[in-house]
Write a protein that binds this ligand. Structure first.
Ligand code: NAG
Ligand code: NAG
Ligand code: ZN
Length: 480
């Protein structure tokens, strides 16, 4: 573990702070995480059904009470628990000032490689904590929430060896959970499903800084936006496949540099992904193993756009196997291909800027609205007044708004070696000052299909939607 004293001078437009603080950091000097030595006594490279998965998680949380905590965020339609395992040196309590991150596997029930790799990731973390400096650093400074399966009902009816096809993709009512979230660009009229509602509630309660959603059926890291304001002609995977009208136009977020970077971290630490070789001759090849979601094919109601737009959580969709449900004997190879990626990706939560928004007495201000100037997707402080934003090295301005306080703009720099620590204090506003937030900030209404102001209005009716909904299931297997 490296301890470095970081002197970070923060220039404020209205006043001036200079911080001198000692901070832990994920330094280049930290050795690479070691290879995992699988221990078949506890976890084999085979697929685990829901009961076996539950037993493994329970046994692990009992065996490693200081490093793990198991909770369920709700139940699937058929009553299966949606398990989440926290792995951290502080499993039961958020560490103030330190980020929470997550992985979600198996949102498509017939894409279970991620489900199994996440079990092995848990096993790897708990068995390496005392022997691997990198893992120890990561777990001492991060709470890692791991949901191996968001769609246990779909998994239950999926078939090992089925590389394509849609059986098991959907939840028990036939809904595609990665089309079931509120959408930034389009009205999403799909009825919210228990699995999706549970996830919405979960991410409204814990402010995740970084997230990966694991899929199969392709080999690529795909980043927001998944949807686009002008996806009318090719508004679904079905139509894109049918007319070969890939909307080549990417739909880029204001944080495109970060999303590309995060995707590259995954792809380049993966054994094959960054080579960008097509899975099959009929499927696209992705330069460097990454793509913008909409440039691949636009979709409405995806989870990653929701995470980013509603909660400022940077989520990337990780497509990790060309075959959706490969035979179990290949799982060990998938683990070896992904191990380093999975760990290095999470460590990216420690890049950028982090700090607190405080009032003049040093009391934290909850739900202050923040925005990096020029990047019009906002984020908020937690109840402890904390915030995090992943940023590449550079010079930035942070805009801070909170009801009853004068708005502020704070300048800061981000360096490569460690996160910039930035505390912002706000002074109470005079009358008629600074109550409106001048940028998009969705309200936290997790249980509703709240539709934020959309760049275009679009009527989701007519022949295109009819054709596409009929063909969606037919063609969905082409894509992750
Ligand atoms: C920033 O504020 C937090 C919360 O009050 C405090 O713990 C921390 O020491 C402060 N950091 C600096 C550098 O002032
Ligand atoms: C957990 O931590 C406590 C306090 O540090 C220690 O006494 C105990 O032995 C630890 N338990 C395990 C299973 O490591
Ligand atoms: Zn998928």
């Amino acid at each position: 573990m490296i301890l470095r004293t970081a002197y970070t001078c923060i220039f404020l437009l209205y006043s001036y702070h200079c911080l001198a603080q000692s901070t832990n950091e994920l330094d280049a000097a930290l050795p690479e995480p070691r290879a995992y030595i699988p221990d078949s006594q506890y976890l084999d490279f085979v697929y685990h059904d829901h009961d076996e998965l539950t037993r493994f998680l329970r046994a692990t949380s009992a065996r490693y009470p200081n490093l793990t905590a198991l909770y369920s965020i709700g139940k699937s339609i058929q009553g299966r628990d949606l398990w989440v395992m926290v792995v951290s040196s502080s499993p039961y309590e958020h560490m103030i000032g330190k980020p929470d991150v997550k992985y979600v596997g198996n949102i498509h029930g017939n894409e279970p490689v991620g489900r199994e790799l996440l079990l092995h990731l848990i096993q790897y973390f708990v068995t390496s904590y005392n022997t691997d400096q990198y893992v120890k650093w990561l777990l001492d400074n991060t709470r890692i929430h791991i949901m191996p399966s968001m769609n246990p009902d779909g998994f239950a009816v999926s078939k090992e060896g089925a590389c394509d096809g849609g059986q098991g993709r959907y939840n028990a009512r036939g809904f595609d959970l990665n089309r079931n979230f509120p959408d930034y660009f389009k009205q999403n009229n799909k009825r919210g499903q228990p699995e999706t509602d549970a996830v919405k509630d979960w991410i409204s309660k814990i402010q995740f800084v970084l997230s990966g959603s694991l899929h199969g059926g392709a080999l690529v890291a795909s980043y927001p936006y998944d949807n686009t304001p002008n996806s009318r002609i090719c508004r679904s995977s079905a139509l894109c496949a049918m007319f070969q009208t890939y909307s080549a136009a990417p739909s880029l977020t204001p944080d495109d540099d970060i999303f590309k970077h995060l995707s590259l971290v995954y792809a380049k630490n993966h054994a094959k992904m960054s080579r960008g070789v097509a899975c099959k001759s009929a499927t696209p090849a992705f330069e460097n193993g990454i793509t913008n979601g909409a440039a691949w094919y636009p979709l409405t109601g995806g989870m990653q756009d929701y995470n980013y737009v509603w909660y400022g959580c940077m989520e990337v969709t990780l497509e990790i196997s060309c075959c959706k449900y490969p035979p179990a004997y290949e799982l060990k190879k998938y683990w070896e291909d992904n191990q380093l990626s999975m760990i290095k990706f999470l460590a990216e939560a420690h890049r950028g800027v982090q700090g607190f928004v405080l009032d003049p007495t040093g009391t934290p201000i909850e739900r202050a609205s923040l925005k990096i100037k020029g990047r019009d997707v906002g984020f908020q402080t937690t109840k402890h007044g904390e915030f995090w934003r992943i940023l590449l090295p550079g010079y930035y301005k942070l805009e801070v708004f909170a009801e009853g306080y004068a708005p502020r703009e704070v300048e800061f720099i981000v360096v490569e070696q460690h996160p910039t620590l930035l505390n912002v204090s706000l002074t109470p506003s005079k009358r008629n000052e600074g109550t409106t937030v001048p940028f998009y900030r969705p309200l936290p209404l997790p249980q509703q299909h709240y539709r934020p102001s959309s760049p275009t209005t679009y009527s989701d009716s007519g022949i295109f939607s009819t054709i596409s909904s009929g063909l969606n299931s037919l063609y969905s297997n082409i894509f992750g």
